[in-house]
Ligand binder design. Sequence first.
Ligand code: ADP
Ligand code: MG
Length: 317
Amino acid sequence: MAVAEFDLIKRFFASLPQHGRGVGLGIGDDCALLEVPDGQQLAVSIDTLVEGTHFLPGIPAEQLAYRALGACVSDLAAMGAEPAWLTLALTLPESDPDWLEGFSRGLGEGMARYGLSLVGGDTTRGHRALSLQVHGWVPKGKALTRRGAQPGDSIWVSGTLGDAMAGLDQLQTQADQDPYLLGRFYRPSARIELGLALREIASAALDISDGLLADLSHLLQHQDLGAELQLAQIPLSDALLDRYPEQQALNWALGGGEDFELCFCVPANRRQQWLEKLPGLSVSCREIGAICRKPGLIGVDRQGNRRPMAASGYQHF
Ligand code: ADP
Ligand code: MG
C-alpha cells in the first residue's frame, strides 16, 4: 500500500466534507490543530473494531463505517457532548478501491449526520481493523457522568431495547429478515440531541452498549447503590414483539447490548423540568424504575413479584 497510501488518503478521506467547527489545520500535516471554544471541555473516546471479533468479515464496508461511527459517537451523547472531530486509524489487508469507496461513503454519511470533521488518522496494512476516535465539546462542569445517581432518582431509557440483537440474530439465522430490526443493528442512532437536553437534568447517564443490566450496574457500582426495574415498562418495539416470543425479546432488551440507547437518572427535584422537556425531543423515553439504597438489581414483574437479576453483559476477556 506504500505507493498508493497518499492517493488513498486524499481520495477517500481528505476529500470528505467537513462538518465540525474549530479545525485550524486538518488532514495532511504531522498533526491536526484544533480549537476548543472558551469555557468548554474536550470529551474524547476511542473504539477499536477487529474483523472476526467485533464485526463479521462479510459486512458491507459502508454499513461497517456508519455503524462504527454511530457506536463511537454514542459515547459523546452519553456525556452530553456535542460532536466536533474524528480521527481514524485503519488497518487493511489490501487497498481495494471498492471497499474503500463504500467505507468512505458510510463514514461521510455519519459525519454529516453528527456534525463531525475528519481531522487525521493513520493507514496501515494488516488484518482488517479500525479505530475511531471522536472528540466533542461540553461546557465546563456540565458533562453527564456515571457518578451522581442518588436513591430515589427515577431511571429512564431512550428508544426501544433488544432490537439490535434481534437484527443480528436475523442476519445470522433467518431468511425472512425484518428491515426495521436489521436497520437497528446496522444503523444505530447516537442520541446526541437527548444527551444535550439532559445536561441540566440527569444526575448520571451512560449509553447501552453491553446490555441494560450490565451498563446500569456500572452506574450503580460507583456509589454502591441498587435499582428496582419495572420489567413491564422496558420499551420493546412492535417489530421485535412481532417476530420473537416476549421472553426472548425481554432477555435481549436486558442483556443483549449494541442498542446504543441512553440510560439515565432523573432526581425528583428535576422531574417536572424533565417532563416539560420530554415532548419536544425527537426520541421517546420511558421511565423503567428507580435507584434504591440496597445494592443489587431487582426486577419487578406485572404481578408485583420481585426477583434479583444478574448483570451479565458482553465481556471481552
Ligand atoms: P505521519 O507519517 O506524519 O504520521 P501519515 O503519512 O501517516 O503521517 O499521514 C499523512 C496525513 O494523512 C496525516 O495528516 C494523517 O493524519 C492523515 N491520515 C492518514 N491516514 C488517514 C486516514 N485513514 N483517515 C484520515 N486521515 C488520515
Ligand atoms: Mg509525521
